[in-house]
Design a protein around this ligand. Structure first.
Ligand code: SF4
Ligand code: SF4
Ligand code: SF4
Length: 166
């Protein structure tokens, strides 16, 4: 990936985030966005209780969402299997509808301090460095699993809505 192009696109993203974007919490993998009625009738929150990563959040009768602040999604599918309200697509899902970005102004490795924490946890090898520096996420490889977010010592990896669905 062209580092200069990555730099400027990340910078533009950063400015856009500061100007426009509210906090975003992605949906569970395979969750059907318009299944709020199924969730409204659910009293067990089974999707939340079966998630071994502890990343499923559900407030009251609202639909669940994901919190990547500590862990990420393994795409184990247990939340989908546990749901008794048909809120998930039937087939296995291996990506989350979200875009994960590195904020280069705060990233240590973009600022001449060695750090590879994000790349070390990325099972998809989606984070590419230029030598020791300037990590960039390859959107074609990234599944938006979220594991890199909680390990970043600079808290500079963030998740955003996809412009077009994956
Ligand atoms: S697929 Fe597995 S890890 Fe991901 S949210 Fe569902 S239960 Fe949790
Ligand atoms: S873990 Fe965070 S600070 Fe370290 S290289 Fe990755 S994005 Fe940069
Ligand atoms: S770069 Fe993408 S695939 Fe890799 S850990 Fe981060 S969110 Fe997951």
């Amino acid at each position: 990936m062209d580092s200069r192009r990555g730099f400027f696109s990340s910078l533009v993203s950063l400015v856009q985030v500061k100007e426009k974007e509210a906090p975003f919490f992605p949906l569970l993998p395979g969750f059907i966005p318009n299944s709020a009625q199924g969730c409204a009738e659910c009293t067990t929150s089974a999707c939340k209780s079966v998630c071994e990563e502890g990343i499923v959040v559900r407030e009251g009768t609202a639909s669940p969402f994901l919190d990547f602040s500590k862990r990420g999604c393994t795409f184990c599918g247990e939340c989908s299997v546990a749901c008794e309200s048909d809120c998930f697509v039937a087939e296995p899902v291996n990506a989350i509808n979200a875009e994960v970005r590195i904020g280069i102004l705060s990233c240590l490795a973009w600022n001449k301090t060695i750090c590879r924490s994000c790349a070390d946890v990325c099972n998809d090898k989606a984070i590419e460095f230029t030598g020791l520096w300037n990590p960039e996420i390859d959107p074609l490889k990234c599944t938006a699993c979220g594991f890199c977010i909680g390990v970043c010592p600079a808290y500079t990896i963030t998740v955003h809505p996809l412009k077009a669905a994956k």
